[in-house]
Design a protein around this ligand. Structure first.
Ligand SMILES: [Zn+2]
Length: 165
């Protein structure tokens, strides 16, 4: 889990004095650091009682309304993917961020076929159902690491598993 953290430190220590001034907050390549804190990887959604995986606070900030008002605390945050649950994000302290506080429509929680499943390339559920091309395209882009799921997808994860099989 902490491979990129180590390589980041190595990069800093090998860098020039100017690079040493680079703080982690300035470096977008450290985007996964939020997931490397010692928080449980899963936690129960306080509303539907099922366990869901961890999500980075960075992801949350890209999708909530008025993120400047969000009181982020040092704890694990999780993404509830249940279409029937009103919660989108929740914390280890059982605080919740509901759909109404999220500005992005969460495709995997939406009933409509016009909802997005891929946020990087704006693929709707309807488009993905019609043919395999969008999935093939996204698979290739993901392989080439050209996607931006951590910030664009409200789940913070790769969308490929959300495509119809
Ligand atoms: Zn839930």
């Amino acid at each position: 889990m902490d491979v990129s953290f180590k390589s980041h430190r190595a990069y800093i220590s090998k860098g020039t004095p100017r690079l040493l001034e680079l703080t982690m907050a300035d470096c977008c390549s450290c985007s996964t650091l939020g997931l490397q804190k010692p928080f449980p990887m899963k936690h129960k959604c306080p509303v539907d009682g099922k366990k869901y995986g961890v999500v980075s606070p960075k992801t949350i900030k890209h999708h909530i309304k008025e993120p400047w008002l969000w009181n982020e605390i040092h704890q694990g945050y999780y993404f509830c993917s249940n279409p029937d649950c009103s919660v989108v994000y929740f914390g280890q302290d059982d605080s919740v961020i509901e759909k109404s506080s999220v500005r992005t429509e969460v495709g995997i929680k939406a009933k409509s076929d016009s909802a997005l499943i891929c946020y990087c390339y704006r693929v709707t559920k309807a488009q993905a159902k019609i043919n395999a091309q969008p999935r093939q395209f996204v698979t290739e882009e993901t392989k080439q690491k050209r996607c931006a799921c951590e910030t664009k997808n409200p789940s913070g994860k790769c969308c490929l598993s959300d495509f119809p099989k």
